[in-house]
Design a protein around this ligand. Sequence first.
Ligand SMILES: NC(=O)c1ccc[n+]([C@@H]2O[C@H](COP(=O)([O-])OP(=O)(O)OC[C@H]3O[C@@H](n4cnc5c(N)ncnc54)[C@H](OP(=O)(O)O)[C@@H]3O)[C@@H](O)[C@H]2O)c1
Length: 272
Amino acid sequence: MRIAFIGGGHMTSSLVGGLRGRGTAPGDLSVADPQPAQLERLQRDFGVRTSSDNAAAIRDADLVVLAVKPQDMAAAARSIAGELGDRRRIVVSVAAGIRVADLARWLGERVPVVRTMPNRPALIGAGITAAFAGPGVAPPDRAAVEGVMSTAGPLVWLEDESLKDVVTAVSGSGPAYFFLLIEALEDAGASLGLPRSTARQLAVHTALGAGRMAAEGTDAPTTLREQVTSRGGTTAAALAVLGRADVRGTFAEAVAAAARRSAELADQYGGE
Ligand SMILES: NC(=O)c1ccc[n+]([C@@H]2O[C@H](COP(=O)([O-])OP(=O)(O)OC[C@H]3O[C@@H](n4cnc5c(N)ncnc54)[C@H](OP(=O)(O)O)[C@@H]3O)[C@@H](O)[C@H]2O)c1
């Protein structure tokens, strides 16, 4: 399968790096970007074919990944629309907040479109992607999209596009919530006397270990939490304080605010 990327920035570098690492031939990957420096870097690092002409870059592609910023998406999609008519190919967007209906309007209604929502850790292959398939996307198309996006981490399919604002609020913005937690734990450890670098190392690796236990085991997070919380012990003392501060309620409010903002931004970028 030949894959073309429109936009040669961070997300494309990461996906191309993942595909090359898995053995995809460099001749099967092409990238288009207006910046010669981006193209030189991608050519040098991964040996892929490059072009400053979007339509030329997708000419022999079976799957096209649109990896530009949301505000550039209308222009990028329109730049390849004329080239998409000659044969069937699937178009995948990785842009936050761009709806399938907007993509179809810019690309042509008959083009099969998949909208994906990766998050920032995708850049190191540790992301999570939610995807929504537009009309006309067949099971083999889904498998092809999974083949590309799984280099960035696991992929989950959504059957209802309206849930994408919730996904954005949970996993899109989510890394920032965990960074905040790491910062707060580091600050707390430092204020109680630990050297700051030690406090940071303890906080970061605790987050990493907790995440890996939740991801790799079969126990639910509630069970894992209960397993480290003995009655009358240290963890119970800390969780009692967090409970009184209604941390769960605050998280629910914060995630709802992010979901509302995601819907507002989709209206803004999709209107073109
Ligand atoms: N980075 C992340 O952590 C992350 C996570 C999840 C999702 N995403 C999504 O991934 C998409 C790309 O993000 P990124 O971080 O890779 O952005 P980026 O590093 O800014 O790369 C985008 C590239 O696309 C180029 N471009 C702009 N308009 C174009 C056009 N019409 N045709 C071809 N290329 C064009 C840009 O060139 P100029 O600089 O000249 O504009 C830039 O080199 C975004 O929509 C974002 O929402 C990113």
